[in-house]
Ligand binder design. Structure first.
Ligand code: ACM
Length: 532
């Protein structure tokens, strides 16, 4: 068991705070330490950190640790100030978010053992004296998680929520539907999960040499499961943005209800390959109504002000071949069937906006050349130009370019990476990403809500594979999204990571990729990748 005789340095926090002023001495947390405040962060600290350090952290009027929501003192949304002396800890926050982030900072400063689920030693638990002032650079600090390609048990999603919050990320974008699986139960449409949530087998690896798992796969979340995830995320100040991907990436839905497809008499399977299925939704009014019904259910489960409609990678061949689609596109006054993509998205977005929510979609939504309903948000993934185009056209954007922040892409060149796919996005590459570089047009800087890392799971078939892909790159990404450029420095980050933070992740039980490369059991010899 490690001892904690001297406290961690005040500047060991990830993501790096705006201002850190180390002091002298330390505050000792023990059985007599009391807690008070007007914030839910107080309860969070008692429950999560109290459990790890094994202290009651009782409430008291004249408490040693005080949380105060004080927007008149702390002007930045989500910002906080932490004053630690030998006698007390004072937290001032702009809002509940800021108070929560202060509590997360305190947990980091308590050291790795404060990241465990139960106490492993008696103490002492020391916090370094000094002051921290902190505020985020961006309001959208997202991580996307693909639950469609590989289902993740609910408890693993809850654990992922904790890890995002620990890094001050505040959006969890859940990719709930795709060609290979439908993961959300929808009342009245039982086949979506009876049929759409299961596949016979899966492709193993990528490229022409890919194999087969020869093992069925599946799973879905009930309304209660999703309500629990939403509520747990809210306790961690995270908004869950659900994605129902339309009108492409819909083969699991079409397998469930063939009348949604362009060959209604053909029974498709939930797809067992990776890539982009050629089977897309048809454009009948009944199909639009079906998906409005699905989205209405989504709205009842997810309070998020923003809902994702997907909209990426929509092959138009079926529409071009189908006399009904060609006729429909003419009736709608569209110049060609390919424009049905934009038309379909517009119908769904208008429905969401009429319900008081905002739609976000992948940057293909700009390709039709038609304007999108005002208030739509564009997720710029194919490169950064999607964001620039969106900003110029007057839409807000979230920057998530695959060349920089796709965490399923390989973390190093060479053959050691398990199932090496995509671009090389090293820890340093992710760290170096700037969603709004200094030379960006001012139109962009006004429209960038923030940035989002993506965790696609075609080749991440277990929670430990997700851990490996996400960590520690997500720690670097957290600094991209939270920390001001003035305090960002890769070598300083790397020192904080290796000296203190990897120990925190280890204590939490994260099976991250060691900086030197994969451990022997993290490799996947014989499973081919497809580097780009
Ligand atoms: C995407 O990666 N297809 C958004």
């Amino acid at each position: 068991m490690s001892s904690n005789a001297s406290p961690l340095p005040l500047d060991s926090v990830i993501p790096r705070p705006t201002v850190v002023r180390p002091g002298r001495g330390s505050f000792v947390l023990d059985g007599d330490t009391t807690l008070a405040g007007d914030s839910a962060a107080c309860d969070w600290f008692r429950r999560h950190v109290g459990a790890a350090v094994g202290l009651p952290l009782r409430e008291s009027e004249h408490a040693d640790i005080t949380f105060l929501i004080a927007p008149e003192e702390i002007d930045a949304p989500e910002g906080y100030r932490l004053d630690i002396t030998e006698h007390e800890i004072r937290i001032r926050a702009h809002d509940e978010d800021g108070a929560h982030y202060a509590a997360q900072t305190l947990r980091q400063l308590l050291g790795a053992d404060a990241w465990r689920a139960a106490p492993t030693r008696r103490g002492p638990w020391r916090l370094p004296c000094g002051e921290i002032e902190d505020r985020p650079r961006f309001s959208w600090r997202g991580c996307h998680l693909d639950l469609a390609r590989h289902f993740m048990p609910k408890r693993e999603v809850l654990r992922f929520v904790e890890l995002l919050a620990a890094h001050k990320l505040n959006v969890l974008h859940l990719h709930l539907t795709d060609d290979q699986g439908w993961r959300i139960e929808v009342p009245g449409l039982p086949r979506l999960t009876e049929v759409g949530a299961w596949r016979k087998d899966s492709q193993l690896g990528a490229g022409p040499e890919a194999g087969r798992t020869e093992r069925p796969h599946g799973g879905y979340y009930t309304g209660a499961d999703l309500a629990e995830i939403v509520s747990y995320a809210a306790e961690h100040r995270i908004t869950v943005v659900p994605e129902i991907d339309v009108p492409g990436h819909c083969q699991a839905a079409i397998a469930s209800y063939p009348e949604l497809g362009n060959e209604p008499h053909r029974q498709l399977d939930v797809w067992t390959g990776w890539g982009i299925s050629e089977h897309v939704l048809n454009v009948e009014e009944s199909t639009v109504e079906f998906f409005c019904r699905v989205f209405d259910h989504v709205l009842s489960v997810f309070p998020s002000p923003v809902i994702c409609v997907g909209g990426d990678e929509v092959p138009t061949d079926e529409w071009e071949r189908s006399p009904r689609c060609v006729r429909r596109s003419r009736q709608l006054g569209l110049s060609e069937p390919a424009k049905l993509h934009g038309w379909f998205l517009r119908r769904i977005i208008e429905h969401l906006h009429a319900s008081g929510r905002r739609a976000i979609g992948w940057d293909e939504m700009l390709d039709s050349g038609e304007s999108l309903p005002a208030g739509s948000i564009v997720a710029s993934w194919r490169d950064e130009q999607g964001g620039v185009r969106a900003a110029r056209a007057g839409y807000d954007t979230v920057m998530c370019p695959e060349q920089r922040v796709y965490l399923d892409h390989r973390q190093a060149a060479g053959s050691e990476e398990p199932v090496p796919v995509g671009f090389v996005n090293t820890l340093e590459d992710v760290y170096a990403y700037d969603p709004v570089p200094a030379e960006s047009p001012s139109a962009l800087s006004r429209r960038v809500l923030g940035a989002q890392a993506q965790v696609w799971t075609e080749h991440l078939d277990s929670p430990s594979r997700v851990d490996y892909a996400a960590f520690p790159r997500l720690c670097a990404f957290a600094e991209v999204a939270w920390s001001s450029t003035a305090v960002r420095d890769f070598s300083d980050f790397r020192t904080r990571l290796t000296t203190e933070h990897l120990a925190r992740l280890t204590a939490f039980g994260v099976q991250f990729r060691p900086l030197q490369g994969p451990l022997p059991w993290q490799r996947r010899p014989g499973v081919p990748g497809k580097p780009r």
